[in-house]
Design a protein around this ligand. Structure first.
Ligand code: CDT
Length: 318
């Protein structure tokens, strides 16, 4: 009998600066109800799903920055989402800015959690591949300050036994890196949940026109990364974006459920709040894990040393 996990990808439309947590959580609850109505057991929400994509803004006031973070999860404003999940019996993946008090030190991470159908925490992931820059670019129309506002995640790429499956998480830019998928692939991952906020435009660094990537490539590279990662690691990938114009700054849509074949099984059509659902057959992973991507039979780690021993490329001498 096939192992089917009916999974929802719950894309969010724009969240503007004026939108408070209460209104956003109400939208998440509406999406969760829709996903449950469609029979889903798990709903995947985007990265930083409780606020606008604030790394596009330069702030010097730490209190203003901290206003985008959650000091507890669930907290008073997010508890209703957990309560609704437990009431309906549907779990979720949720991305948010995490502010952690560790002794006297405050640490900030770009975080995602996996919550079970009982509303209880299963696992936590902190984004490892932080894109963007630290410095202010005053001439640019917008910033990408993830390297300033977050520190790199310190929990690794874990895989949890949940939903009768082996489930992993990553966040946005992580999906572009083969290492993300392979570390989870080596733990037998069968479904990777991920949220993203991908601006349609590159950050204009110095006004040089040719440095602007054509915007259609944003969607192409997004889907290319998901499809390659899914196929090469024989896993489902469920990618949920925040989409549309946030205070005039466009984020791509294209939230997708990708099969272990590398094929797109379902995809959103709008840049608004939208739920798509697919019956993910986890046994389809087994087919590829036992054949072309049977790691135990075919991998040659004795030739992969450079992947962990060096960071940047080292071209051969001239
Ligand atoms: N949020 C996030 O990680 N965004 C990045 C932007 C980089 S654009 C190449 C992303 O990978 O989508």
């Amino acid at each position: 009998m096939a192992r089917i996990l009916r999974t929802a990808c719950a894309q969010l439309g724009p969240i503007n600066l004026v939108d408070d947590r209460k209104s956003v959580v109400a939208r998440l609850i509406a999406l969760l109800r829709e996903a449950h109505g469609m029979g889903a057991k798990l709903a995947v929400f985007p990265e930083l799903a409780l606020t606008t994509f604030f790394p596009r803004y330069w702030y010097e006031d730490q209190a203003a920055i901290d206003g985008f973070f959650e000091a507890e999860m669930p907290g008073p404003e997010t508890q209703p989402l957990f309560d609704e999940a437990a009431k309906l019996g549907i779990g979720f993946y949720l991305g948010y800015g995490e502010l952690e008090q560790e002794g006297g030190t405050i640490r900030r991470f770009n975080t995602a959690i996996l919550v079970g159908p009982d509303g209880k925490l299963i696992g936590k992931y902190r984004k490892i591949h932080l894109p963007g820059h630290v410095e202010h670019k005053p001439d640019a129309a917008f910033q990408h300050l993830e390297k300033r506002y977050f520190e790199p995640g310190n929990l690794g790429f874990q895989v949890w036994r949940a939903y009768d499956s082996a489930l992993g998480m990553c966040i946005c830019n992580d999906r572009r890196w083969v290492e993300t998928y392979r570390v989870m692939g080596l733990q037998g991952v069968e479904m990777i949940a991920l949220g993203y906020n991908t601006p349609s435009m590159t950050v204009p660094s110095d006004g040089v026109a040719h440095q602007q990537e054509p915007s259609h490539l944003r969607m192409f590279h997004h889907l290319l990364s998901l499809q390659a990662g899914a196929y090469q690691n024989a896993t489902w990938v469920v990618a949920s974006g925040k989409a549309g114009d946030e205070d005039g700054h466009n984020l791509i849509g294209g939230s997708a459920i990708v099969a272990p074949t590398g094929e797109i099984a379902a995809r959103t059509l709008t840049e608004e709040d939208e739920v798509i659902v697919f019956d993910c057959d986890l046994d389809l992973c087994t087919f590829y894990k036992e054949r072309v991507f049977n790691f135990a039979r075919h991998r040659r780690p004795e030739h992969y040393g450079r992947i962990t021993s060096q960071v940047g490329a080292e071209p051969p001498p001239e």
